[in-house]
Design a protein around this ligand. Structure first.
Ligand SMILES: [Zn+2]
Length: 115
């Protein structure tokens, strides 16, 4: 109990109350460290997502659009001609619209003469 007098037990060890208080303080410190670790992980995930969207997404009217090849799932880099096989990161709380297109590789395959 906080504020209670602390008496050593019969064997000279810290009292049960003192040991319980120390255990609670340790648990609080561990909880705080775990929260900080989760915050850091969340920041890193958000930064990674923002970098990914800055490279592959296009912001249009407050939404972010990412073009993905409907055949091979490659993702178009911005508005450029490069389509890359990259996996989108998890994007919690970000509104991303995937639009379907066709990359040059798949278009060439579709355009190739049959036989
Ligand atoms: Zn493709």
């Amino acid at each position: 109990m906080p504020g209670a007098p602390v008496q050593p037990d019969g064997e000279g060890r810290p009292s049960l109350e003192l040991r319980a208080a120390a255990a609670c303080a340790l648990a609080d410190a561990l909880r705080a460290r775990a929260r900080r670790a989760l915050d850091i992980a969340s920041d890193l995930r958000r930064e990674r997502t923002e970098r990914w969207l800055a490279r592959y997404g296009r912001a249009i009217g407050g939404a972010v659009f990412v073009s993905r090849c409907a055949w091979c799932r490659r993702v178009r880099e911005g508005q450029g001609d490069r389509w890359l096989a990259v996996a989108p990161p998890a994007m919690p709380a970000i509104d991303v619209q995937f639009t379907h297109g066709i990359c040059p590789v798949c278009a060439a395959g579709l355009d190739a003469p049959e036989g």
